[in-house]
Design a protein around this ligand. Structure first.
Ligand SMILES: [Zn+2]
Length: 182
């Protein structure tokens, strides 16, 4: 006979869950400024207009690009019920008053924390993971875009530079925050 796992949290206990949200919005295209076309002068004197590759998605040129922001927060939950299933990898699960009892969200014990500070400390890593997921999905999207068409490589490099600048800004903010704490 083996002992049953002992739940860490009692009914009525307040627990903390770290979570990340990515909000997406469309902003005017930084390359064509929403005009949807690029005007090009060729060395042979010819001039032409073509659809802006930066804001072309699929067959549509919209004049807008997708911009996203990842934010983390800690959610406070109150334990309402406990379920133990020794057949599961995470044998102790809870339901909380805030997210539905009986039917609603089931929370694995390892996702919940006894104090806000512990949950908050996990946020930077979770935010970082979500950022990479978004970067990877955008890289796949971008690879499709640069396959052909005039100006596609230019758009590609400009987008890469914009991302790199954003990373530098994020790092500078992070560094300033760290330095301020010491
Ligand atoms: Zn554009």
């Amino acid at each position: 006979m083996t002992d049953l796992p002992v739940p860490k949290y009692a009914i009525g206990a307040v627990v903390y869950h770290p979570e990340v949200r990515s909000s997406a919005e469309y902003v005017p295209c930084p390359d064509c400024l929403g005009k949807r076309t690029w005007h090009a002068a060729l060395p042979n004197g010819e001039e032409l207009d073509f659809l802006c590759p930066t804001c072309t998605r699929g067959y549509e040129t919209t004049g807008t690009v997708h911009s996203w922001e990842v934010q983390g927060s800690v959610r406070e939950l109150t334990i309402a019920s406990v379920r133990i299933d020794t057949n599961e990898a995470n044998p102790v699960e809870y339901m909380c008053y805030e997210t539905g009892v009986g039917s609603g969200q089931v929370w694995s014990e390892h996702l919940l924390h006894a104090d806000r500070e512990t949950a908050e400390a996990l946020l930077p890593k979770l935010i970082e993971e979500r950022r990479w997921q978004l970067i990877e999905s955008r890289a796949t999207d971008r690879k499709r875009k640069i396959e052909d068409g005039p100006g596609r490589m230019v758009a590609h490099y400009r987008a890469e530079i914009r991302d790199a600048k954003k990373t530098i800004e994020d790092c500078e903010r992070g560094l300033a925050r760290e330095m301020g704490q010491r």
